[in-house]
Design a protein around this ligand. Structure first.
Ligand SMILES: C[S@@+](CC[C@H](N)C(=O)[O-])C[C@H]1O[C@@H](n2cnc3c(N)ncnc32)[C@H](O)[C@@H]1O
Length: 281
């Protein structure tokens, strides 16, 4: 925002944000000042942030895996820990784009990002790959609108509906990578979440049912119908939920393993659909 005599001094913004409980008040003040286009805009943004709205909803974007991801009010803000899910996915989907020198283009990896929210995960995975065909889906129309903006650059398609229901049937048996950051907070624990999540993100983005695994179980149960032989399903969960989550994968024929990152406090279940031998004769 151009400097203006009618804007409050940065120190006053910092004081206001700090009083509202913003731990990184200086950084946030700088970001709000650079994001606002007019003094009135800045004043409104500071008001919204001081009232407890997530910073990402106030400025309209989140940084994720080095990308700027549009995030509208009410839409789940992509979490830093989910960068671990993205890294695991990229490792399985192919070589990073920067490492390719061969000039030999293989077929594009078919990637599906279920429960895509803003589309951050699919966008980040696709940005790192040589070639990918990205399909993303979410039940929330606001999330779908956001995701369409975020995946437009990579030519990804975004569908609206319950889990796999809106996907084109031509994807059945062709998906190389199915990734999902589903809601996994147990219903009882939603009330203990920080207000930024509890009050400003859609309940449906957070609540995973009695033990937090309702949506994960549904995704795992139907994955074999969509995965290509040797394809992978990757879902973020918590360390405590990992054993029953992995069991949900194996129950549906996926070979499951659990990977985690202490740095990011992140846990991911990776399931692989076996390459079945061709039927004899
Ligand atoms: C935890 S958020 C994750 C969003 C995004 N993947 C991310 O990590 O930023 C879960 C998302 O699942 C969506 N969701 C919940 N239930 C769903 C369902 N039955 N079908 C499709 N999407 C669903 C919510 O709308 C929300 O966007």
């Amino acid at each position: 925002m151009p400097a203006s005599a009618s804007s409050p001094p940065p120190s006053a913004i910092v004081t206001r944000l700090r009083a509202a409980g913003c731990v990184f008040a200086e950084d946030e003040a700088r970001l709000l000042i650079s994001a606002a286009s007019t003094p009135a805009d800045l004043a409104a943004m500071v008001d919204r942030r001081a009232a407890g709205q997530p910073l990402e909803h106030v400025v309209g974007w989140a940084k994720f895996c080095g990308l700027r991801i549009a995030v509208d009010p009410g839409v789940f803000v992509p979490r830093r820990r989910s960068e671990f899910l993205v890294r695991q996915t990229i490792g399985l989907a192919g070589r990073p784009a920067a490492a390719s020198h061969s000039g030999q283009a293989g077929p594009p990896a078919v990637i599906v990002d279920l429960c895509c929210g803003s589309g951050a995960l699919g966008a980040a995975v696709t940005a790192a790959l040589d070639r990918a065909e990205l399909h993303a889906a979410d039940v929330d129309p606001a999330a779908v609108r956001c995701a369409r903006r975020n995946v437009a650059a990579c030519g990804g398609r975004v569908y609206e509906g319950d889990l796999y229901q809106p996907l084109p049937s031509t994807l059945r048996g062709r998906v190389g990578i199915l990734l999902a950051n589903v809601p996994y907070v147990p219903t009882e624990a939603v009330q203990t979440l920080p207000p930024e999540a509890r009050l400003h993100e859609a309940r449906r983005a957070l609540d995973g049912g009695p033990d937090g695994l309702d949506v994960l179980r549904r995704v795992a149960a139907a994955a074999p119908r969509w995965l290509a032989p040797g394809g992978h399903l990757l879902i973020e969960t918590s360390e405590r939920q990992a054993p029953p989550a992995a069991e949900a994968f194996t129950r549906h024929g996926l070979a499951a393993r659990v990977v985690s990152s202490a740095d990011l406090n992140a846990t991911v279940i990776i399931g692989t659909w076996p390459v079945r031998p061709a039927p004899a004769g």
